[in-house]
Write a protein that binds this ligand. Sequence first.
Ligand code: ATP
Length: 284
Amino acid sequence: MKKITIEAKAKINLTLDVLYKRPDGYHEVESIMQTVSLKDWIFLKLIPGPAIELSSNCQELPRDERNLAYKAARLMMEEYQLDAGMAIHIDKNIPIGAGLAGGSADAAAVILGINEMFQLNRPREELMALGKKIGADVPFCIAGKTALARGIGEKILPLKPLSNFGLVLAKPPYYVSTQEVYSRLDVKTIQKRPDTPAMMEHIEQRDIGEIASGLCNVLEEVTLKLYPELELIKQHLISHGALGSLMSGSGPTVFGLFESARDAERAAEKIGLDGNEIFVCKMQ
Ligand code: ATP
């Protein structure tokens, strides 16, 4: 296969708990993650080797080894000794540095794409272990759908997939550094933690009301202190009919949860929130 197109879906966190800081400096987390229909498109094409050429509609993205998609291609080439070059085009729709794991999603798509292109037929678990070398969210992005992530986010337990519930994402016009948020978090003084086992049960039952009330992300405490207006965006989403609202990852994107994509679309039409980028999508 000389060419392939793969989708790279963004993720949101339905819960995010930070249990403790590990001796290696990373944080031990427990998070229920969900892929959504907001996605980048990744186009892979074989070129004479061993070059990797990266292009994108998004000028801000690095085009060299700083790009996670580039890193993923290099890793796959080395790991499976592929004697080829690769042109990667990223059609970027997922906002950057938004808490939606756009970079990890692109890396996961490249790993899956190369696996298919070269008919490597490697098991998912092997590809997820490889993906972890690029970033903690990459294994989840390879698995997709609904899952509990533990460890530094790389240990994935698939849950009964939620799909089709509607979402309105509001992305304020600034980036948040995940590293900075974690460095400001004091694990001992966290005010409110998610009830992860209860949330897993609500997901099993597909009980949207309980899922909405169980949404909880311990990083909100930190990011909301830096950007208090995020709380207003959450309230605004609720006042426009969202069943629940939460910041995703380390932020700053905030999402509102709706029973259906149509409900989300109707709410988005009236939502205003000038200055924010608004995306209507669904769990997928
Ligand atoms: P997370 O939720 O995992 O913290 P995020 O959504 O906050 O991720 P990303 O959009 O993945 O953040 O990007 C964070 C950083 O990664 C940016 O500085 C960006 O330049 C870099 N990066 C590298 N490759 C990519 C890529 N393919 N897409 C987006 N960002 C990338």
